[in-house]
Ligand binder design. Structure first.
Ligand SMILES: [Mg+2]
Ligand SMILES: [Zn+2]
Length: 293
C-alpha cells in the first residue's frame, strides 16, 4: 500500500556499530586487522579476517554468538516493525555480508520485515570457514564506490522495478553518497549527522535532489522515519481521495502520536536543486584512504 520503499544501510545505521569491526574486536583479532588494513580493499580484508579467525580456532558459531550481542537501539527495531506493518517495502543495501546481516536481523526478530538484502554474498566452506565475496564484479563503472559494490547501481535497479514508489534512504557512510545522488526530487535522504555521507552531502548539497532529513541516534532515526512515512501516506491518501474515495489505505498501524510533536529538521538549508546529477560529480571522494564504505 503505502507506495514507499525504505532502503537501509546496515552498519552504523540499523546497527549502532560496524558489524565487521565488532566481530573482529569481539573475537580478539584487532591487532591482525590493524596490521592488514592498509594493504588491501576492505571486502578482501574481511574475507581474510575470517581465515584469521578460523586459524585462531573461532567457529562460525562463535561469530554468530558475538553478532547476537551487537548494539542496536530498541527504537530502531520498533521503527522497522512499524514501517513494515504500515505496508512499506523495506530493503537492505550494505557492504557487510549476508551471514552477518541475516544473523543479526533474525536474532532481533526483524528478518521478515525486509523484502531484499543486497550485500556481499557469503558462505561457509567445507573447513567451516566463512568466505565473503563481492556483490558487483569489477569494474562496475562507478568511481565513487569501492571495487566490490556500487550501492547507486542497486538503487537504480530498485527504481526501475518500482517506478511509482517514493524512496527513503538511510545511511551513514561514504558508500551511501553514491546512492543519495540517484534519488529523485520526490524521494528522501536520511544521512546520519556528522558521519561521512552527511559531510559529503553538506559539501555537495546542490547535486542531491532528494529532500534531506538528518538524524543522530536511534530515537531520531525512528521518529523522523515514521514521521516521513506518515506524511507521505497522508499525501497519497489525499491525492487518491480526489480520484477514488474507496481505494486507499491510510497508515493507521504506525503510531505517530509522539513523532510529529518532536519532529525537527536542523539542517534546513539543504537545497533540492534540479541540477543533473552527473554534471557536478566529484571525481574522487574527499576522504582519506583507507576508508570504510
Ligand atoms: Mg554504514
Ligand atoms: Zn557508486
Amino acid at each position: 500500500m503505502a507506495g514507499i520503499v525504505v532502503v537501509f544501510d546496515f552498519d552504523k545505521t540499523i546497527l549502532d556499530v560496524d558489524s565487521d569491526n565488532w566481530v573482529v574486536d569481539e573475537l580478539g583479532a584487532t591487532a591482525v586487522f590493524d596490521q592488514l588494513l592498509d594493504t588491501m580493499p576492505w571486502n578482501i580484508l574481511m574475507d581474510r579476517m575470517m581465515t584469521e579467525l578460523h586459524l585462531k580456532g573461532k567457529t562460525i558459531d562463535n561469530i554468530a554468538q558475538v553478532l547476537k550481542k551487537v548494539p542496536i537501539h530498541p527504537q530502531i527495531i520498533t521503527a522497522v516493525k512499524a514501517a513494515h506493518a504500515s505496508g512499506c517495502d523495506l530493503r537492505i543495501v550494505s557492504d557487510a555480508n549476508y551471514f552477518f546481516i541475516e544473523t543479526v536481523l533474525e536474532h532481533f526478530g526483524i528478518g521478515e520485515c525486509f523484502s531484499e538484502i543486497n550485500t556481499n554474498p557469503s558462505f561457509v566452506d567445507k573447513e567451516g570457514r566463512l568466505r565473503i565475496s563481492r556483490h558487483h564484479d569489477f569494474p562496475h563503472g562507478c568511481k565513487l564506490c569501492p571495487p566490490n559494490m556500487c550501492k547507486g547501481l542497486i538503487i537504480e535497479r530498485i527504481q526501475r522495478e518500482v517506478t511509482v514508489k517514493k524512496m527513503i534512504y538511510l545511511g551513514d557512510g561514504a558508500g551511501d553518497y553514491c546512492p543519495s545522488l540517484r534519488l529523485k526530487a520526490e524521494d528522501y535522504m536520511m544521512p546520519r549527522k556528522n558521519f561521512p555521507v552527511w559531510e559529503l552531502i553538506c559539501e555537495n548539497r546542490d547535486i542531491v535532489k532528494a529532500e534531506i532529513h538528518e538524524w543522530s541516534d536511534g530515537d531520531e532515526f525512528a521518529r523522523i522515519l515514521l514521521q516521513l512515512i506518515h506524511e507521505i501516506s497522508r499525501e497519497d491518501h489525499n491525492d487518491n481521495d480526489d480520484d477514488d474515495d474507496d481505494e486507499n489505505i491510510s497508515i493507521k498501524d504506525v503510531d505517530c502520536g509522539t513523532t510529529s510533536r518532536l519532529f525537527t529538521v536542523e539542517c534546513n538549508n539543504f537545497s533540492t536543486s534540479a541540477m543533473p546529477v552527473h554534471e557536478a560529480l566529484p571525481q574522487t571522494l574527499p576522504v582519506a584512504v583507507p576508508v570504510r564504505f
